[in-house]
Design a protein around this ligand. Structure first.
Ligand code: OOG
Ligand code: NI
Length: 452
């Protein structure tokens, strides 16, 4: 078989993210409202800020914006996580980053499956935040054993998708028809089921251990729990959410509003309370479960390790001991971040963020020898531009805030357990990539092109 008989993984990912968006719109109609609202806000921002529109056009970001989404799922076993890794690889999505949520009282650790090269990201940057339950954090021995036993009995993948994953690994790709079949079969894993696999009594016991344990263990599969569109102005979108009666969280997670957006800002609305049938002998018992919610996000400049260290320090200052609560939190945050440069020339020259360099028309008109100058000199002379490289990942403190506010209860607990990246990678069956190395490479590639 030759490679051109295969469709590209980017194409499969685009199909899949569209199919997922369609499914979620049907399952959670409020998601449709959110997508419309974000599209309106984005159109306004682009109309009001021609320079931003031009920059996004130049970097290829403009086109991806309308389809840009991230989702999240939670799985229960190493086997499930490892198979997901193979499933996402069919679509050109690879595990990047390790997130430990146990410190925030959520018994999971996570990674994000996403595309990693520039072209694939522009084609469709679909990402899935994927968490693995840490059963060892359930204190009650009997309940832990019961949860493990329930999880060991389920299969979250269809036979069809498993066969297509194997075929893709063996042949090196999928043809058009198989790609479609793959999308249809893979979607089943992410579907919501309003029938639990456990009795109401077991569900309640799991809920007692942690709401997340109940969410992972009680169902046939890892239902997608939110799908997030990207907005260019999260403050405006937040106001719109509230105007349309969506109970958005009071606080926007992440950095404060700035001239030059950095990293990631997110807000969400509460999980829906949904009817669930719990098997009870020959009968069903009715109950409810809260798992799924809505979220929007604004993405900005990817920070270097130096920039990230500064971000972490300022965020810790703003949060103090209290976390992201209190009426004055947004003011505290704004005040703390006065210490973070807020213009792109400074951010770049101080090595706080990653940039994509490109020649301007005047730059391209010169022979290579004539532009063999440091990038900063080229920029000063109008021969090159530097556009921010967008942050494609997540933030652990923000993710913890999103988890907490959407679990549907007020419980706060802390686990003594620490990060255990080695155990996560062992379950995954592969190492997770370092996000900084990916941004560094994108920047280096663009610099190399200036001289060629
Ligand atoms: C994932 C929460 C984290 C984000 O955007 O930080 C997340 C979950 O609730 O499963 O989606
Ligand atoms: Ni999210």
């Amino acid at each position: 078989m030759t490679a051109d008989r295969f469709v590209s993984p980017d194409h499969i990912r685009s199909l899949f993210s569209q199919a997922m968006s369609h499914m979620y719109r049907t399952e959670v109609p409020l998601y449709g409202t959110l997508v419309e609202l974000v599209a309106e806000v984005n159109a306004k921002v682009l109309a009001a800020q021609p320079a931003l529109a031009e920059q996004m056009q130049r970097s290829g970001e403009r086109e991806r914006l309308d389809v840009e989404r991230h989702g999240a799922i939670r799985v229960g076993t190493a086997q499930e996580l490892a198979t997901l890794r193979r499933l996402f690889a069919v679509m050109g999505m690879y595990p990047v980053g390790y997130y430990d949520l146990s410190v925030a009282g959520v018994p999971v650790h996570s990674t994000a499956f996403r595309p990693v090269d520039g072209e694939s990201l522009n084609r469709n940057p679909f990402r899935v935040f994927t968490s693995l339950l840490r059963l060892e954090l359930i204190e009650d021995d009997a309940l832990r054993a019961q949860a493990a036993e329930i999880l060991s009995r389920r299969t979250i993948f269809t036979a069809g998708v498993l066969q297509l994953i194997e075929q893709c690994e063996r042949d090196g790709g999928l043809g058009e028809d198989d790609a479609w079949r793959f999308v249809v079969e893979a979607l089943e894993t992410f579907r919501w089921h309003n029938e639990a696999t456990v009795s109401l009594e077991t569900y309640r016991a799991l809920l007692g251990a942690h709401r997340l344990v109940a969410d992972v263990v009680s169902f046939r599969g890892p239902h997608i729990n939110h799908l997030t569109p990207r907005t260019l102005d999260i403050d405006a979108a937040q106001v719109q959410m509230q105007a349309r009666g969506l109970a958005a969280k009071a606080v926007i997670e992440g950095p404060p509003r700035r001239q030059c957006p950095i990293l990631l800002r997110q807000t969400s609305f509460k999980a829906l309370e949904e009817m669930v049938h719990f098997p009870s002998g020959a009968d069903n018992q009715a109950g409810t479960h809260t798992a799924r919610f809505g979220e929007i996000e604004q993405r900005g400049l990817a920070l270097t390790p130096k920039g990230r260290a500064l971000y972490d320090a300022l965020l810790a200052d703003a949060r103090g001991g209290a976390g992201s609560t209190g009426d004055d939190y947004m003011q505290r945050l704004q005040a703390a971040f006065a210490g973070f440069p807020d213009d792109h020339d400074r951010l770049r020259r101080e090595g706080l963020g990653y940039y994509r360099y490109a020649l301007t028309e005047a730059g391209r008109a010169l022979p290579p020898a004539g532009r063999d100058l440091p990038a900063e000199v080229l920029i000063e002379r109008g021969l090159a531009t530097a556009d921010p490289i967008i942050y494609e990942d997540f933030l652990p403190v923000s993710a913890a805030g999103i988890f907490q506010s959407n679990l549907g209860g007020d419980e706060q607990r802390a686990y003594a357990a620490r990060a255990n990246r080695a155990a996560f990678e062992q379950a995954l069956g592969a190492p997770v990539s370092d996000e900084f190395a990916i941004y560094e490479r994108l920047q280096a590639e663009s610099l190399a092109q200036l001289a060629s």
